[in-house]
Write a new protein. Structure first.
Length: 279
C-alpha cells in the first residue's frame, strides 16, 4: 500500500528521508517534541541532523540527540558556531568547542553550523571575525576527519575561496543552497553536497529552481532548516521537519527522476557525505 502525503502524490512504503538541517533544539519545539517525532516517523523521516549555533546550545543538542533517538528515528548532533551569534563568544569559546568535539567525537556527525554571512557583516562590520571563526572550524573539522555544515548568505566568493585554500577532504553540506548553476558547480567541485529546502517552493526562485533541475542527482540532499525558512504558502508560520516531505515533492516536480529513484538517491547522498548516519 502506498502512502499519500499532503500534496497528494503517492509514495511507496519502502521510501525513507533525512532532514539534513533542522534546529530541533529550539524552544519552538518544546511543547510536544515526542509527538512531533512520532509524526516524523509516520511520514517516513528516519534521520534528523541538528546543527548547533554556539556555546549556549551545544550541550542541549548533544543531550537531545542522546535522549530522543530510538530505533525508529535517529537524531544526529553537529557542533559549531553560527556567524549570527559571534557576539556571544568569549576568549575560550573556540578552545571549548575543540574540547567538546574531542570528548563527544562518537556522538557528532559534522562540525556546524559554520560560515560567513554578508548581511550580518553589514550590520556588525565583523567580516574579519566571521572569517577567523569559520576558518578555525574548518581546521577543526579536518583535524577530526569530519564534514562541515556551511552557512552562506551573499558570501559565495569568500566561502569558495576559503574552502579552496583550506581544502576539506570530508567535504560537507552547503546549507540552504539558493544560488546559480555555476555557483552550485563550484561547491560540488569542492566536495560538497547542496542542501535543498523550502526555497524551491517559491515561484520567484527561478534561478535556483533551474539550477537544481540541471545538477547531478548525486549532489543533492534535503533539509527544512526548521523552525526557519517556511515553505511557500506557509509564510509567517514556524517551519517543521514534517515539511520535509513537501520539499521532496517540490523536488520531484523539478527533476526528471521517478519518486523512488530520487528518494533513494537522496538517502545515498546524505550517508555518503555524513557517513556516521549509516553506522
Amino acid at each position: 500500500m502506498a502512502l499519500i502525503n499532503t500534496t497528494g502524490v503517492k509514495m511507496e512504503n519502502t521510501l525513507s528521508f533525512t532532514d539534513s538541517h533542522c534546529h530541533l533544539d529550539f524552544d519552538n519545539f518544546n511543547a510536544d517534541l515526542p509527538s512531533l517525532l512520532n509524526q516524523c516517523y509516520q511520514a517516513k523521516i528516519r534521520n534528523i541532523v541538528i546543527p548547533s549555533i554556539g556555546p549556549k546550545n551545544w550541550q542541549k543538542v548533544l543531550t537531545l540527540t542522546k535522549t530522543h533517538s530510538n530505533e525508529k528515528l535517529s537524531l544526529h548532533a553537529c557542533l559549531g558556531i553560527h556567524p549570527w551569534f559571534l557576539n556571544d563568544l568569549t576568549e575560550h569559546s573556540l578552545s571549548d568547542l575543540a574540547h567538546l568535539v574531542k570528548n563527544n567525537i562518537d556522538d557528532i556527525v559534522a562540525i556546524g553550523e559554520a560560515g560567513i554571512d554578508g548581511v550580518i557583516d553589514k550590520e556588525q562590520n565583523n567580516l574579519a571575525l566571521q572569517i577567523q571563526v569559520f576558518e578555525h572550524q574548518i581546521d577543526l573539522a579536518k583535524s577530526f576527519s569530519l564534514p562541515i555544515i556551511v552557512h552562506h548568505r551573499r558570501t559565495h566568493q569568500d566561502i569558495t575561496r576559503i574552502l579552496r585554500e583550506k581544502k576539506t577532504p570530508q567535504g560537507g553540506i552547503i546549507h540552504a543552497f539558493s544560488g546559480s548553476y555555476q555557483q552550485a558547480c563550484q561547491y560540488i567541485d569542492l566536495g560538497f553536497k547542496l542542501g535543498i529546502g523550502g526555497t524551491i517552493t517559491y515561484p520567484r526562485a527561478e534561478k535556483t529552481i533551474k539550477a537544481v533541475k540541471r545538477l547531478p542527482i548525486t549532489s543533492l540532499v534535503l533539509e527544512t532548516d526548521a523552525p526557519s525558512m517556511p515553505l511557500y504558502g506557509f509564510q509567517g508560520e514556524d517551519n517543521s521537519p514534517l515539511q520535509l516531505i513537501n520539499v521532496f515533492q517540490a523536488l520531484v516536480k523539478i527533476r526528471n527522476e521517478s519518486t523512488e529513484v530520487l528518494a533513494h538517491a537522496l538517502q545515498e547522498n546524505i550517508t555518503a557525505i555524513l557517513p556516521k548516519l549509516s553506522s
